[in-house]
Design a protein around this ligand. Structure first.
Ligand SMILES: [Zn+2]
Length: 422
């Protein structure tokens, strides 16, 4: 059975719904990996974020058309992640309209440009794994940031690049609705949030959602600026919004609740930074820093800090690597053994490959079993492949984090296929 908390998170945070935030302002939740927002003006509509596929966007447009038949005259992107910008062609309905984004609009997904030297294939593989692309619906119960089940048709197909770039904070009139577009670097450096002071509605993009912040995405991301994200959360909290409509998950209603979720998430980010910096200053290894991190008691039980999407231990590693790089100060790590050399030494220590394999099969510590499997696989000991697949599947069901769960199951599937046993 999958992790019960992850199942609950998926069932409650991604339930297909159109939620009214204030008169003339709605959010679509659960139709795609991300949420989309509709703002009704005097004689036209504004759509904020457009989903990851034309298939999802079509379904959302049907819902929006039940609310208003006014023309959609502009689109705003909160940031450049593909799950927010890939359904624009559907909402444009074949017309050329302003597509508004921050002047720093730029994806942190490294280039598809063949002239750039970059680990693009690795990024693509890890993205498939993180989102469980190719897993069946029983396995892929959640994306952590969105429902496991959603339309895949037209994935990435409907993007239109922004044609109106915003430099610095600006007030904008959306056909009679005054909004402020505020620069708020966080999950990405190009985040621009939409603040509607009259309605008290704040659309923060992905700077907040009901899950531990994804300070590091295991698909692979350059360093995300932790301090900037925490500062942006303080700025958002100071707006004193009545309603928070995140880029993923359900809206939050009530000034106090909005303040609490923003402030505690800021505290969580600062805690990761502090814990990691103190550990590094004390000369601890990245393993010891990551394995010992716990949120402080005051915020540990907040449901929105559950590690459904981001994870504190991964964040600690990212902060360590993002500040001082991969070297942890232990000179042992200046030299390098190959995986096979290390595995050879481990096997010798264990009393041979058979003994190593026996320990691997019998240990109840699944993480340790994975590590022993890797040694055995480095030594081309074939039975370890299925042993590893099995351990990954067992870990997946205990895992609260959707991206880890999907990656475990996706990798297990690969191992079984490679082994001809699927
Ligand atoms: Zn997103």
């Amino acid at each position: 059975m999958p992790n019960a908390e992850l199942l609950h998170h998926n069932a409650t945070q991604f339930k297909k719904s159109i939620v009214e935030l204030a008169p003339g302002v709605w959010t679509a939740v659960g139709f795609a990996a991300s949420t989309q927002h509709l703002i009704e003006g005097r004689s036209s509509l504004t759509v904020v974020d457009t989903s990851e596929s034309t298939g999802a966007a079509k379904n959302i447009l049907v819902e929006f058309r039940k609310l208003s038949d006014k023309p959609i005259e502009r689109i705003i992107y909160t940031h450049s992640h593909r799950d927010h910008i890939s359904g624009a062609t559907v909402f444009c309905e074949d017309r050329e309209i302003p597509i508004i984004a921050s002047a720093s609009f730029e994806s942190d997904l490294i280039g598809q440009d063949e002239n750039t030297i970059s680990p693009t294939k690795s990024l693509n593989q890890r993205t498939l794994a993180q989102f469980g692309i190719g897993l069946n619906s029983e396995q892929r119960i959640s994306l952590g940031c969105g429902p496991g089940e959603r339309p895949m048709e037209g994935m990435g197909a409907g993007h239109i690049p922004p044609n109106q770039l915003i430099e610095g904070d600006q007030t904008m009139d959306l056909d009679g609705v005054q909004v402020q577009l505020l620069m708020a670097p966080g999950e990405t450096a190009d985040h621009m949030v939409v603040w509607m002071p009259d309605a008290g509605v704040l659309i923060p993009g992905d700077n907040w959602y009901h899950a531990f912040p994804n300070l590091y995405a295991i698909r692979g991301t350059p360093y995300r600026d932790f301090a900037a994200w925490a500062d942006s959360l303080a700025m958002l909290a100071a707006l004193n919004a009545d309603v928070l409509a995140p880029g993923h998950t359900m809206p939050v209603f009530g000034k106090e609740q909005v303040l609490e979720v923003l402030e505690t998430t800021r505290q969580a980010i600062l805690h990761v930074m502090r814990h990691t910096a103190e550990g590094m200053n004390a000369g601890l290894s990245h393993d010891d820093i990551a394995s010992s991190i716990r949120l402080p008691d005051e915020i540990a039980d907040k449901p929105w800090l559950g590690e459904f999407y981001g994870k504190a231990s991964w964040s600690a590693r990212a902060f360590a690597a993002g500040t001082l790089g991969w070297y942890d100060g232990n000179p042992t790590h200046l030299g390098t053994l190959s995986s096979k050399q290390r595995a050879g030494h481990m096997a010798k220590l264990a009393g041979g490959i058979e003994a190593l394999s026996a320990e691997c099969a019998s240990t109840e510590d699944l993480q340790w079993r994975l590590e022993l499997c890797d040694h055995l696989i480095a030594l081309e000991y074939q039975p370890a492949v299925l042993l590893k697949a099995d351990a990954l599947e067992q870990l997946a069901d205990t895992e609260i984090n959707a991206t880890a769960r999907n990656t475990y199951l996706w990798s297990a599937k690969q191992l079984r296929e490679e082994n001809g046993s699927d």
